[in-house]
Design a protein around this ligand. Sequence first.
Ligand code: F3S
Length: 299
Amino acid sequence: MSFCHRDIARVARKQMKFEIERAKRTGFCFGVKRAIDIVTRAANENGHVETLGAVVHNEQVMQKLEKTGVSTVKEIDDIKGKLVITSSHGVSPEVEEKIRASGIEIVSTICSDVRRAQMAAKRLADEGYFVIVYGDGNHPEVKGIMGWVKDKGLATTNEKDIADLAIRPKRIGVLSQTTQAATEYAVFAQKVVALSLQRDAEIRILDTICHDLRDRQATTLELARRVDLMLVVGGRHSANTNHLANLSSKIVNTHLIETATEINPDWLEGCRRVGVASGSSTAEETIAEVITCLKDLSG
Ligand code: F3S
């Protein structure tokens, strides 16, 4: 069975031949695996469960969960049942309070690494630091972390936002969204230090990047250096998949694809080696389909 969307026969006439190599770390990370297990169990026990937002940022995984009785609501006011599941990205304390105040029970699937980042932010804010979260302020994980900081900090990936502060704080704590690229966070942290040095300044920099992703980024880049083309399989809304694809594209021609059907045979012309990597919420099944498609195309 082929998972390719394109006309294999047409492509095969071009007699493409390439090797396929998979990055050492692919498939679900432990946090996503745990979240899916919790949701699946709750759906089995209750027949149907609602999640507040997507539990993981992967369309194919969410579609599969839907078939087991999982539905997703965008807002707290849309929750119909007496129980809701919150995502592996976590939520802010305000969101939790609002849900409980509505008499709804919460089952959290927050990843332990995200929880660590939330607690690190809270500790820094409690100790009087102005907290800078290196991340995308619109991402649910960053919103959840900022909920512990309130107005005692900001979320950004641009150090100019710190330079623009009306009053430059003397005590600054810096941490990262768990899914950011470690190398880019290091550069950002150095810039914050350079910007913030002033008399009696105190700057704390915490490493809150997920270690699964650190390994994933390292093994993906190691593979990217040895191939002619990289395919990074994962959700277009997945922050870590986008970071992987961006990092890889700095080394070699790279495409982010959600499924095998998106593979364009034209990309493969002249390639001798093709690498496959994945984000942390990509199912093994989806990666296997991509590899099967590539094998078909390689003749
Ligand atoms: Fe957690 Fe890292 Fe996965 S933060 S959800 S183990 S990508």
